[in-house]
Design a protein. Structure first.
Ligand code: HEC
Ligand code: HEC
Length: 323
């Protein structure tokens, strides 16, 4: 770090600064150069003396470099995924993939620990291994509203290599395979017909508040009075909870308290479009309280929920406590 800062300083003001200032980086640089020369030639001599055996541990990261001492210093570059991981991901996810990078202590939620092979977002049922394309989607787009950036500017081949590197951190990927993805049902509501979309949103509101009681974790988006009335009409006891307009934080499997999304107020982490919203409702969010709804609800109900959540996400909340 320090070395980089000094170089930048000297590079940015090569002529304009008084000599005294430029002398600082120069003084620091020369012993460094000496150290590098020592390291390179000294190391090379030592290796020569030991017939290439002495540095074996150092070179393990790149097996193809075993018999080529000159490649020791660039062993990182052997696997494009590993090199990219160290450069872009390790600061948060840790060199060992354990989620303990130097930045991790400052972040909420914490960066994923890849050694557990437990992921949040996928097209397989929550808690099971995701597909490669799910990991690729997350890497490409990032997770909105969290510290996890999107990496769409990296070449596609590097993004694919990163998926391989991440999977390399856990034995689970060798011992088991992801299950079949959740089914993708066609949206039964014609989106070009406003009356049909309105019908879906009304049905979705009912599924959200009565059939699935999503408000037991997420907020309710109708008044308490209206909620109780809807529950009775749906043949359920009129039991609400206090603070219906607030979300109830729930513990996750990494020891954090995660707030269920308040749809009009937060960016949904994995959602860019309706298909994404459908997927996360169907599959759930692994390692958190957000369950998979695939088996509990009919395809039409899931799509109605998708269109309803999308409508409140875009500002259609009717909760009286909201502005
Ligand atoms: C600035 C910090 C940061 C950097 C850099 C970062 N991540 Fe993340 N990453 C996170 C956080 C935080 C999460 C967890 C978000 C959550 O739990 O909601 C995460 C989650 C993930 C997940 C898990 C998604 C899931 O479904 O559970 C993957 C995969 C991932 N990151 C890959 C990468 C890769 C690959 C890189 C490097 C190209 C990278 N990350 C760089 C912070 C970071
Ligand atoms: C038992 C608690 C619980 C219930 C019930 C629940 N959720 Fe969630 N939900 C959560 C939690 C916790 C999260 C946050 C996960 C995270 O951000 O890591 C979440 C997140 C979400 C997200 C955001 C996904 C994203 O990409 O950020 C959607 C959409 C969602 N839930 C929809 C629903 C719907 C629709 C229902 C009812 C059918 C429902 N949830 C019921 C706990 C719950």
């Amino acid at each position: 770090m320090k070395r980089g800062e000094f170089r930048g300083f000297a590079g940015r003001y090569p002529f304009g600064f008084p000599f005294a200032t430029c002398a600082i980086p120069m003084r620091i640089r020369s012993p460094e150069i000496l150290l590098w020369l020592l390291a390179i030639f000294g190391g090379g001599l030592l290796l020569f003396a030991l017939s290439g055996r002495g540095g074996a541990e150092e070179r393990i990261a790149d097996p193809s470099a075993r018999h080529d001492p000159l490649r020791i210093r660039v062993s990182d570059e052997g696997d494009p995924g590993e090199a990219a991981y160290r450069r872009y991901c390790a600061g948060c996810h840790g060199v060992k993939g354990d989620g303990q990078g130097p930045a991790a202590g400052f972040l909420f939620p914490k960066p994923r620990d890849f050694t557990r092979a437990l992921f949040k977002f996928g097209s397989t049922s929550a808690g099971s291994l995701p597909l490669d394309e799910d990991l690729l989607r997350t890497i490409n787009r990032g997770l909105h509203g969290t510290a996890m950036p999107g990496w769409s500017l990296l070449p596609p081949s590097e993004q694919v290599a990163l998926v391989r590197t991440i999977k390399g951190f856990s034995e689970n990927w060798r011992d088991s395979a992801p299950p079949a993805p959740i089914p993708f049902y066609q949206n039964p509501f014609p989106m070009d017909d406003p009356a049909e979309v309105a019908r879906a949103v009304t049905l979705g509101e009912k599924v959200y508040h009565v059939t699935a009681t999503c408000w037991s974790c997420h907020p309710a988006y109708v008044s308490e009075e209206r909620l109780k009335q809807m529950l009775v009409e749906g043949g359920k006891p009129p039991n609400a909870r206090p603070d219906l307009e607030r979300t109830l934080a729930k513990p996750d499997q990494w020891g954090q308290e995660i707030p269920p999304a308040d749809f009009p107020r937060v960016k949904l982490k994995s959602v860019d479009n309706l298909q994404d919203l459908y997927r996360v409702i169907m599959a759930g969010v692994g390692g958190t309280a957000m369950p998979s709804w695939e088996l509990a609800l009919k395809p039409e109900e899931i799509w109605a929920l998708t269109l309803y959540v999308d409508s409140i996400r875009k500002g259609g909340s009717t909760h009286p406590g909201r502005k």
